[in-house]
Design a protein around this ligand. Structure first.
Ligand code: SAM
Length: 285
């Protein structure tokens, strides 16, 4: 067995590669469940149930609880534990590759509620994967590294505000709920954790005309944190074009609100479309 695996009383060996820090404090578990506000008719999805710290209270409340677990060793114990619960459905797979839309096939119109004490090493890719299903998701409650929750909820001008803040806040309302210390997990992680609520917008307040262009521009704007917007966007937008969006080109990306990133991306997209059109016109004439 790998050195990263640690034995605990249940016999399960914690696997570091799956980010296995299991909740061990009933009071914190109750607090998390209360913050999720589970309802009888919810169709809930739990990512990474582990030894069912959150699954156990939730299954008593919600109508449907789909759980996604990757670790082979946890599958049989979970199946045995919940064998008599009709709400329970297990997906033994990787949450990063899972097609969440297929869960809705037999209940059209009903949105998913996603929860999880997430393995920290996959939190950002998982959030980006889930954003693709924004229209099928009612809300998400996650335990993540506190530093990541700080970034998800940071406002412009705050040190934690960066690419992740802009991309998630473009798609969701975000709320920092509370901090959870390392002593509430077995084994304890090295850093604090926190619970975040993410609610995908039904109607986004600011709409990028081309979302992949928006994502590229935001990435480029934050490519070198210490550089000004003018420098980071060199070859994308010049100073006059940045000023036309009422943004000072000598500021840094970390001060620019989501709405302004959308404006910059829409301008860039428009200019790209115009130059593509001119190019094809030139070729055809
Ligand atoms: N929910 C439990 C708790 O709060 O005590 C366990 C949380 S533990 C931090 C993360 C869980 O996610 C583990 O059960 C781990 O095996 C599972 N996991 C890790 N990577 C995963 C993946 N890619 N897809 C699905 N589950 C994963």
């Amino acid at each position: 067995m790998a050195n990263s695996a640690k034995q605990r009383s249940s016999g399960h060996k914690h696997k570091k590669q799956f980010g296995q820090n299991f909740l061990n404090n009933g009071r914190v578990i109750d607090q998390i469940v209360a913050s999720i506000r589970p309802r009888k008719d919810d169709h809930m999805v739990e990512i990474g149930p582990g030894e069912a710290a959150l699954t156990t209270p939730l299954i008593e409340i919600v109508a449907r609880l789909e759980i996604i677990e990757i670790d082979n060793d946890l599958i049989t114990p979970l199946k045995i534990k919940f064998a008599t619960k009709p709400a329970f459905k297990l997906h033994h797979t990787d949450a990063l590759a899972f097609d969440y839309a297929r869960l809705l096939d037999d209940s059209p119109g009903k949105l998913l509620r996603i929860i999880g004490n997430l393995p920290y090493n996959i939190s950002s890719p998982l959030l980006f994967h889930l954003l693709q299903y924004g229209h099928q998701i009612k809300d998400m409650h996650f335990m993540l590294q506190k530093e990541v929750v700080d970034r998800l909820t940071a406002k412009p001008g705050i040190k934690a505000y960066g690419r992740l803040s802009v991309m998630i806040q473009y798609a969701c309302e975000t709320e920092y709920l509370f901090t959870v210390g390392p002593e509430n997990f077995t084994p304890p992680p090295k850093v604090d954790s926190a619970i975040v609520r993410l609610v995908p917008y039904t109607n986004k307040p600011f709409i990028a005309d081309n979302e992949s262009c928006f994502a590229d521009l935001v990435k480029q704007a934050f490519s070198q944190k210490r550089k000004t917007l003018r420098n980071n966007l060199k070859g994308w937008l010049n100073s006059e074009q940045i000023i036309s969006c009422e943004i000072d080109p000598s500021t840094r990306a970390e001060t620019i609100p989501v709405a302004k990133f959308v404006e910059l991306a829409n301008l860039y997209n428009k200019l790209q479309n115009q130059s593509n059109k001119a190019f094809s016109h030139h070729r055809n004439s």
